[in-house]
Design a protein around this ligand. Structure first.
Ligand SMILES: [Zn+2]
Length: 301
């Protein structure tokens, strides 16, 4: 009874005003589940516009920083180790960028650069690199390795060395944004004409749907699947909806595929298998059931 009452209260007064994935009003969202993960006990909604699941929580940059520094990718020592772990993904992203542009004389901005692993790879290839992240320790680390970076939370707050960038990368970072639609519009404005946006995105919304269904039959098992599906992210967006949003933001979507999104040769066998099956299904049937994808979009000249 009390859970029912609390859910009714929550539906009429969601804490967040918009779906962080697409920007639609959260009044149009439906309750999805409630569970505890790395962020504590949270309510989740499903957006009726973009079919994303999202956490119903207000956003504060300060609390987001406090949360992130407790996670592997926010911690100084482990964050630097992750740079080594993700080399396979960095090389693959770089190879895809190099198919579209020559690095000499080109500027590249890494949004949510963390400890600068990808910046290092892009700088070695010849790009003039910049980055920004919300974690001050990460920015200090990047600077101590001779690269330029700023500590800030949004594209709007980033001042940067260049007015416009030839390439902007967002690798595993969009899922922490409180307002993706605005952020993508600001990225679009900061790209040079003909510039490229490359995103490494997580899409386990299909697994979240499985977890939400399972929770009704076996609450604990359902919650386990949900924790695996959303980790500590703020939203879980189907790849098709992200591509729609990019088109709405005036981007030309060049490609989207789970190919090249695998983080490491040392990734667990289960995740490797999931990518293998996901790539095969995407290429043969256009069905997305992989854990992540690489999306390349272009700002038309
Ligand atoms: Zn939405």
């Amino acid at each position: 009874m009390s859970a029912q009452l609390s859910q009714q209260k929550f539906v009429s007064t969601p804490q967040t005003e918009i779906c962080p994935a697409c920007g639609a009003s959260s009044k149009q969202a439906s309750p999805a589940w409630r569970f505890a993960n790395a962020r504590g006990e949270t309510e989740w909604l499903r957006c009726n516009c973009c079919r994303s699941y999202f956490m119903d929580g207000s956003y504060s940059l300060e609390s987001e920083v406090s949360h992130t520094i407790q996670m592997t990718w926010g911690d100084a020592e482990q964050g630097a180790q992750l740079n080594m772990f993700k080399q396979r993904m960095y090389k693959s992203i770089l190879a895809q960028i190099l198919k579209h542009t020559e690095p000499q004389g080109k500027s590249l901005l890494d949004v949510g650069c963390a400890y600068g692993g990808f910046m290092q790879a892009a700088a070695s290839a010849g790009f003039d690199v910049n980055g920004f992240d919300i974690v001050p320790q990460a920015i200090d680390f990047v600077k101590s390795h001779g690269m330029t970076a700023e500590c800030c939370g949004t594209m709007c707050d980033f001042t940067g060395a260049h007015k416009k960038y030839d390439v902007i990368t967002v690798l595993d970072a969009n899922i922490y944004w409180p307002d993706q639609a605005t952020e993508l519009a600001n990225i679009y404005n900061r790209l040079a004409d003909g510039g490229l946006l490359i995103m490494r995105v997580v899409d386990k919304s299909w697994l979240a749907t499985v977890g939400a269904g399972l929770q009704k039959l076996s609450p604990e098992r359902g919650r386990k699947v949900l924790r695996r599906a959303v980790n500590d992210h703020r939203f879980s967006m189907p790849i098709g909806s992200l591509l729609e949003l990019l088109k709405k933001t005036r981007f030309n979507v060049v490609s989207a595929s789970p190919k090249g999104a695998l983080h490491s040769d040392d990734t667990s066998l289960m995740v490797k298998l999931s990518f293998g099956i996901g790539i095969a299904l995407w290429q043969t049937m256009g069905v997305f059931l992989a854990p992540g994808a690489v999306v390349i979009a272009e700002k038309r000249s």
